[in-house]
Ligand binder design. Structure first.
Ligand SMILES: O=C(O)CCC(=O)C(=O)O
Length: 280
């Protein structure tokens, strides 16, 4: 795979309306971003990760719907973080390149790929829930420039029934980040050793919008939008390939303070300590 993120054939021009709607609502749905023939090689790499066939990942391979340490067969929401760290030949693939072209139009030209992630909801797992959150709630506080475009490619048609992404449109424009609390199953959250998941509460004014997408289409979301996804009640998988773009300077800054998005990092981030202070 090439590392050239600017090949002209990777363009996906957005209209002024699409760009304005991303700014207003905090998300976008874009159809047919990756073709069927382009999906196939990506999918075979994805499967190796999601089936637990890539060794040495530690907690970067986990169940995002529960505590670390579960047996693989008990994972509901299979999560492989930073796949390109473990398989560098993924770097520069067609989805990364096309998503970069989209992200440039949404947040500016000075972007770098911050992290990638594979997520798969097992069939008939009502507990394959991705808890409500804002991405910034997981990341270090104090990063000056937070611009982000997170692109999620559907490898299966995503529906409300199989647990598609849901958002609270406009929540990215709230003045303050919401309080993020450790998940209920985290026994000693100050160490964040048992589970990675943080969550926010929704209020009666929060209007939830599900984002169903067809295989090959993507959603893009802003770093402050409240989002999550429900369990999978169908007999099929819901598989998603995520790449997130932020400014080059932001990525360099966060790496310089030791933040890598890896669950194997042992640092307690200020954002998490703040969440603890906000606990009742
Ligand atoms: O696609 C999902 O189910 C959730 C993904 C998510 O929360 C994220 O990419 O930040």
């Amino acid at each position: 795979m090439s590392n050239d993120l600017s090949a002209p054939s990777d363009d996906y021009p957005l209209s002024a309306e699409q760009i304005a709607s991303y700014q207003r609502d905090g998300y976008l749905i874009l159809p047919n971003v990756v073709t069927e023939s382009e999906l196939l090689p990506l999918e075979s790499t994805f499967q190796r990760f999601i089936e637990g066939r890539v060794p040495g990942m530690g907690r970067d391979f986990c169940d995002m719907s529960g505590p670390y340490g579960r047996a693989f067969e008990d994972f509901n929401l299979v999560n492989a973080v930073l796949p390109r760290v473990y398989e560098p030949q993924l770097s520069g693939n067609v989805f990364e390149r096309r998503a970069a072209a989209i992200a440039r139009q949404l947040i500016g030209d000075d972007i770098a790929l911050d992290y990638d992630q594979f997520l798969a909801k097992r069939p008939k797992r009502a507990r394959a829930v991705f808890a409500w959150h804002q991405d910034l709630g997981y990341w270090p506080t104090g990063t000056p420039d937070t611009r982000t475009a997170t692109c999620s490619l559907a490898l299966d048609d995503a529906t409300l029934e199989n647990g598609c992404l849901q958002v609270v449109p406009g929540s990215h424009r709230e003045a303050e980040l919401r309080a993020h609390r450790p998940s209920a199953w985290s026994l000693s959250p100050e160490l964040r050793e048992e589970a990675h998941t943080l969550t926010v509460e929704l209020g009666p004014a929060d209007a939830i919008v599900p984002l169903p997408v067809r295989r090959g289409s993507i959603t893009v979301h802003n770093e402050r939008i409240v989002h999550g996804s429900p369990g999978n009640t169908t007999g099929g998988w819901r598989r998603t390939y995520i790449v997130a773009f932020r400014s080059q300077q932001t990525v360099e800054y966060e790496r310089s303070i030791g933040f890598t998005h890896s669950h194997n990092d042992s640092i307690n981030w200020k954002t998490h300590l703040q969440a603890l202070e906000l606990q009742p």
